[in-house]
Design a protein around this ligand. Structure first.
Ligand code: ADP
Ligand code: MG
Length: 728
């Protein structure tokens, strides 16, 4: 089949696929097992594992929570137990599983096989469990180490359970680890996250004790991520070099029906997609990841998966696996899952809402307003602390979600703007306003919604409405950081957010220490809340974040508006913004520099790959299609002329095509010249790319779409938006 028909071939494949059936395990009666029967089957946690004495479990727990040193003999007991467990389940290999600065995960496999003399045995030693030594030089390090120091260490994270991943013919035991350099610099996403939760625990616990909750011994950060993704048929994917190379379409004329009718969101899930989701959930549940919600998203072909929240570090590991499992299972169903923030221009992109709160060991959610939020001083104070943190570290939070992919979402009329603000909902805003102004807070009446139909159960009105335009919203009993990109690791934004909140907690403790000497705890808490609300009032915004008025208003309020990645990343180098994190060792100064370098370089590289790929497609696909069409038109025109007929329509078409191709070619040359002229250092290039070259690439994309609209169906080789989004 000649290649120009590849698109039509792909279409045939896509529409004729059937749903994949996977085997769900049966119970002894031959019925399908309940989820609770296989949930966590592929997970090993020393706390629940058989073969580990209770006393040692306690010691291990102490190690993971209070940072005491792990004894080798204890690690040995875990190593033996996990080897027994994993090899019985069919595992042949183990690996240290870690999260380098690429944002994805890495693993290096070793066999359990060992030789005892000449006798083959299965073995994982305490040393192998606790520490690994992958060569660090091939992972992004932002130029922080010279090659003679290329050694890196992975170190077992006791707080996140080990798990088995399935290969086609065997299994591998994954040991979650942190990844650090020879000098202990964090080369990964996990290490700073662990430091940040440790620091937050310390100050938040102290805070709780101070305000009268003397039983609180620990405060953990809780997090639940919602993951958005697109599914398109595999056949289309491989016929789109831009998707394969860059994860997004670099051109593509929007179909006439896309998401205007809002008929996809929460709609009936297409059968083939549902069967894929069922297998995704099955796999995740076996991995002990509590996948909870699945539904269609706003854009055609777009879906969401949300899991039940848990401790932040485990949640971050979970989300990495969620992304991996979605991709892997999708392929089995002949889909490709696109996790890019903006695979298709003109329709919604994908994000990842990080639901975030803090919980005490004795079961309190610090952001739970309760029935009388206006009287819940702990809630009011903690909420004001978070708001102050977001206000103060808005630049860092914006930086933490910056990527070339997310640049397409933030500020587009579908996703939170790049201006960081906090949505509180109107009830809370009223209460806060009164506190700020030193007025008495009146009780907000509970509103029951009258539905006018007795058959229906009473609905209590939520005390927050659903403002989808806010990057950071209070949603009932947690905050939701909504501006996070769909493909990124949640660890980084979590670390930054935790650090920002820790800083304000610490200042709050100092404030309260003084206040409590002079007045009651209640008054002190009110004063604290008032203090933070006064200083952070500007960041609270409950209006339409998509509107142009907000951009102007935010500027008046002095809120930063870092429009793209190039603008946002320098916050990492801003000593005023990062001082606290560095002081507390959540990030070392050189780790921040390292991250800046890695992020700038990856931004530049990813954009350059996009530019080159786009120019390639123009030369190899778009231009040849125009030539072919011109050839056909030319032939018709000549034919008509030969028999003495006018061909006004054909000539019109020819002229129009010619005109469009001319501007396409001019745009191609502009982009090509601009890319060649790029010769600054990475930082300078990032601005040049963001401000000058990227717009050229967008202009080229528009030209391509104009051409696509003119070219006959059978001459156009690239699968269209209509096909990719609607055919499955
Ligand atoms: P929506 O899409 O309406 O925002 P979902 O039910 O899809 O809501 O997602 C809500 C997410 O928030 C879930 O992952 C849930 O587990 C999480 N969540 C709920 N309470 C907390 C909490 N206290 N801390 C962190 N996350 C939470
Ligand atoms: Mg949500």
């Amino acid at each position: 089949m000649p290649s120009k028909y590849s698109r039509l071939e792909a279409k045939k494949f896509a529409v004729n696929r059937s749903s994949r059936i996977f085997e769900r395990p049966l119970d002894i009666n031959g019925n399908l097992q309940k989820v609770s029967e296989y949930y966590g089957e592929s997970v090993f946690h020393y706390l629940t594992a058989p073969g580990i004495p209770e006393s040692i479990k306690d010691e291990l727990l102490a190690v993971s929570t209070s940072g005491t040193a792990l004894k080798k003999e204890h690690a040995d007991i875990v190593a033996k137990a996990v080897t027994e467990w994993a090899t019985q389940k069919g595992a042949t290999h183990f690996c240290h599983w870690f999260q380098p600065l690429t944002g994805s995960t890495a693993e290096k496999h070793d066999a359990f096989l060992d030789l005892d003399g000449e006798t083959p045995i299965e073995k994982l030693s305490a040393g192998q469990l606790m520490q690994g030594e992958p060569d660090a030089s091939s992972f992004p390090n932002g130029g922080s180490r010279s090659t003679f120091e290329a050694r890196g260490y992975t170190s077992w994270d006791l707080s996140s359970p080990m798990f088995l991943i399935d290969g086609v013919n065997g299994k591998t035991l994954c040991i979650p680890t942190a990844f650090v350099s020879y000098h202990g610099d964090a080369l990964d996403m996990k290490t700073p996250l662990l430091r940040s939760v440790t620091n937050l625990n310390e100050v938040a616990t102290k805070f709780m004790n101070m305000i009268g909750f003397s039983n609180t011994k620990k405060v953990t950060v809780t997090c639940g991520a919602e993951q958005e993704y697109f599914l398109i048929d595999k056949a289309f994917y491989f016929a789109r070099p831009d998707l394969v190379m860059t994860g997004r379409t670099l051109m593509g004329s929007l179909s006439h029906k896309n998401q205007q009718l809002d008929d996809h969101y929460f709609g009936r899930i297409p059968e083939r997609v549902l069967s894929c989701m069922e297998e995704i959930d099955f796999k995740l549940h076996k991995l002990g990841i509590p996948a909870k919600t699945r539904h269609n998203e706003v854009a055609p072909g777009q879906f969401e998966l949300a899991q039940i929240f848990r401790e932040a570090n485990v949640s971050a590991d979970n989300n990495q696996l969620v992304m991996a499992v979605i991709k892997e299972v999708a392929e089995k169903h002949n889909f490709i899952a696109l996790l890019h923030e903006k695979p298709f221009a003109g329709i919604n992109g994908s994000g990842k809402h990080i639901n975030w709160s803090m919980a005490t060991d004795d079961g309190m959610n610090l952001l739970e307003p309760g029935v009388n939020p206006e009287k819940n001083l702990k809630f009011l104070a903690v909420t004001s602390i978070v708001i102050e943190a977001v206000h103060r570290r808005a630049k860092l939070l914006r930086m933490a979600i910056a990527s070339q992919g997310n640049d397409h979402r933030l500020g587009a009329n579908e996703a939170p703007p790049s201006i960081i603000s906090v949505f509180t909902g109107s009830n809370l805003e009223k209460i806060f306003e009164a506190i700020k102004n030193g007025e008495t807070v009146t009780e907000e009446g509970k509103v029951i919604l009258d539905l006018g139909a007795n058959q229906l159960a009473n609905l209590m009105m939520d005390n927050t409405d659903r403002n989808r335009t806010s990057p950071f919203a209070f949603t009932g009993n947690k905050f939701e950081f909504r501006a996070v990109g769909s493909s990124q690791s949640i660890s980084f934004p979590l670390s930054i957010l935790n650090a920002a909140v820790t800083e304000v907690f610490e200042e709050s403790i100092a404030f309260l220490e003084k206040e409590i000497k002079a007045t009651s705890v209640e008054t002190a808490l009110m004063n604290l809340t008032q203090k933070w609300l006064k200083s952070s009032w500007n960041v609270i915004f409950n209006g339409d974040g998509y509107s142009q008025e907000w951009v102007k208003e935010a500027e008046k309020r002095g809120l930063p508006n870092l429009k793209n990645t190039a603008d946002a990343l320098p916050a990492l180098l801003d000593q005023e913004q990062t001082k606290y994190m560095v002081e507390k060792g959540i990030f070392r100064r050189n780790e921040l520099d390292m991250r800046y370098n890695v992020l700038v370089e990856s931004y530049n590289t990813l954009r350059e790959i996009e530019f080159q790929t786009q120019m390639d497609i123009v030369k190899k696909n778009v231009l040849p299609a125009t030539l072919e069409y011109k050839r056909i038109l030319g032939k018709v025109i000549k034919q008509q002329k030969d028999i003495g007929l006018e061909s006004s329509v054909e000539v019109e078409l020819y002229k129009k095509l010619n005109f469009t191709v001319e501007s396409l070619y001019a745009n191609l040359s502009n982009l090509s010249n601009a890319c060649e002229a790029l010769n600054g250092d990475a930082a300078k290039n990032s601005f040049e790319i963001a401000n000058n070259i990227f717009p050229l690439s967008q202009a080229l994309g528009v030209s391509c779409n104009q051409v696509e609209d003119l070219i006959p169906n059978d001459l156009w080789q690239l699968p269209t938006y209509y096909e990719m989004l609607f055919l499955r």
